[in-house]
Design a binder for this molecule. Sequence first.
Ligand code: ADP
Length: 173
Amino acid sequence: MKNIVAIYPGSFDPVTNGHLDLIHRGSKLFDKLIVAIARNLEKSETLFSMEERSEMLVAMTSELDNVCVDTFEGLLVSYCVKNNANAVLRGIRAISDYEFELQMALMNRKMEPRVETIFMMPAEQYSYLSSRIVREIAKLGGPLNGLVPKMVEDRVREKIAHYHTASQATHLL
Ligand code: ADP
């Protein structure tokens, strides 16, 4: 049997039930799964810091022995080689994800043919779920139950409340 080490890269800002669905599926399939938070230069405006995102992911995956959480910068394929990983896990929700994911997967394969990209589909109830929609709903005061774990919901609400207070304070100046 081969030893399959997979990397699950993403922004995880914040981790959602859709991400966790994929992590659970991946942990059953792979010998080791590294959830890798990308320091993405284009997405500099994140709601949570790297440390906060990492903390939430660690707490939510602690019962999975073959799953660990890390951060990385630079090319994903270089990070894969450094960690002896032979697979990249990505989620496909709707057809709209496909075009971008295909381009990334083929480009990564061109740069590093030893690494295969594996796509997984989440449970149907998570197929419309994204970190972005969670941030939007939270900002508008909507319900987050069923979308993220309770601990993440609390952290999101805390963060949004902090922003509201900060921006109200600015308006007063
Ligand atoms: P990125 O900025 O790389 O898209 P995300 O944190 O948004 O980072 O997503 C990381 C990975 O998880 C991507 O492959 C994305 O398609 C997948 N993903 C995000 N939300 C879901 C979901 N609800 N169900 C399944 N996969 C998801």
